[in-house]
Design a protein around this ligand. Sequence first.
Ligand code: AMP
Length: 201
Amino acid sequence: MRLIFLGPPGAGKGTQATRLVEKYGIPQLSTGDMLRAAVAAGTPIGQKAKAVMDSGNLVSDEIVVGIVADRIEEADARRGFILDGFPRTLAQAEALDRMLLDKNLALDVVLELKVDQTRLVDRIMKRAEEAKARGEAVRKDDDPEVFKQRLAAYNRDTAAVAPYYEARGLLVPIDGMQPIDAVTAAIENVVSRLDEEVENR
Ligand code: AMP
């Protein structure tokens, strides 16, 4: 199964993707996590991406598409994957299509977590407080000002991605304002049905 999580920063994509990983045993490919790892390791990609990420803007399509192209070649992604935070531009969506076409693979579903953006800043501040309470490092880009920039980048660059998939009948909206377990249940509902279809193909 190959699926994509769409939705603004703080919508819960990462949390929900992690839950699907446990259930379906397919990897979560988070471009944000991959980029943060590259920054931490000080790789050439990390060095290029760091300032852009710290400002809340998008890293170039070229870098991100390259990372995803390499990652989906790995053995654990052969049975499927969950893309979290990618594609974030139309160019990335088109590049993904080309990658999959080359391998004769298809996407099964695009889940769009719909949230009230006016509530997201509160959510993200809570996420930062919770991370701090667990003794974990707080993401630099979860600072409220940087977060607003990430939201602006989403509305400017990523909003066009959902209609792209809607036009192909792949988009399923999910109410992301429900309690976390209810969001998981709504997602499960869609994914378990699809999983059966994929298994029976
Ligand atoms: P995330 O953890 O998905 O919120 O990503 C954190 C940051 O990494 C974003 O604010 C961007 O700077 C960068 N990033 C992650 N995924 C992408 C992507 N698909 N395209 C461009 N930049 C990305």
